[in-house]
Design a protein around this ligand. Structure first.
Ligand code: BGC
Length: 249
């Protein structure tokens, strides 16, 4: 296969750093998805080391797209709520170029990446109206689309509800860390989605993150939500595939 459309997609997460080579035309991964545990503490230096190792395993020197779990502007990290605080101000784009020895690097929010992948290749294909892709993992990520156009860098996981940041009540990690039943956790998620739907007039929620593989466990409890709710179709790969789209976005 020619390298023309291939990009290395990197998904930096709170528990794993993942990468694969992606054919950006078809949305298919052309290599295995490789995952390394996110180093603890998740400092920039430690995470960059993991990314170098992923690059070594993939033997890649071409363009790179990277999804980051926080706010990145002009390649520089502004906020990283679920990683080490030393990320703030870090020149992620510059460091990726230097440490990977590649010329083309583009970075965006991890949930925006997952959203782009769903819109191009998955549950959002040809969908119009106001669509929210919500990723449930260590935190809650949001990607807002209106008629297929992304409004980047939204942080709806940080909406305050009942005096608490929503992702601290309803992220997937809260269920596992607190040992909540699916039903209890889904009731929290239901409240959250109802609130967001009310604020933004949402037509469709696409639920991503690892839990999107098990919709039968919690979708039955999302009865309060007054719009359509669908599971993401790209599974765990959405973050990597969407990140690979950043250099062309
Ligand atoms: C961050 C978002 C990110 C989400 C999912 C939140 O804590 O603020 O930027 O998309 O976690 O990783």
């Amino acid at each position: 296969m020619s390298d023309e459309n291939r990009v290395m997609g990197i998904d930096i997460g709170g528990t794993g750093v993942k990468a694969a080579l992606v054919d950006t035309q078809s949305g298919a991964m052309t290599t295995e998805r490789i995952r390394l545990p996110t180093p603890q503490p998740a400092t920039p230096a430690a995470v960059m080391k993991a990314i170098q190792e992923l690059q070594r395993q993939l033997q890649w020197q071409g363009p790179v797209g990277c999804g980051f779990p926080g706010l990145v502007k002009s390649g520089r990290v502004q906020r990283a709520p679920n990683l080490d605080s030393s990320w703030v101000g870090y020149d992620l784009a510059g460091q990726l170029r230097a440490q990977l020895g590649v010329a083309r690097v583009a970075i965006g929010n991890d949930a925006d990446a997952a959203g782009l992948a769903e819109f191009r290749f998955g549950a959002g294909r040809d969908v119009t109206g106001t669509v929210l892709v919500i990723t449930l993992g260590t935190g809650i990520g949001s990607a807002v689309f209106r008629d297929g156009v992304l409004l980047p860098d939204t942080e709806l996981g940080h909406l305050e509800m009942r005096g608490k940041v929503s992702e601290k009540r309803a992220a997937a990690s809260v269920r596992t860390n607190r040992g909540l039943s699916w039903k209890k956790w889904a009731a929290r998620l239901n409240d959250y989605l109802v609130h967001v739907e009310y604020l933004l007039g949402v037509d469709l929620f696409i639920i991503g993150g690892g839990v999107s593989k098990k919709p039968e466990k919690f979708f039955p409890y999302l009865q309060g939500v007054g719009c359509r709710v669908e599971a993401a179709r790209m599974g765990n790969a959405a973050g990597i595939i969407g990140a690979a789209l950043f250099p062309q976005a």
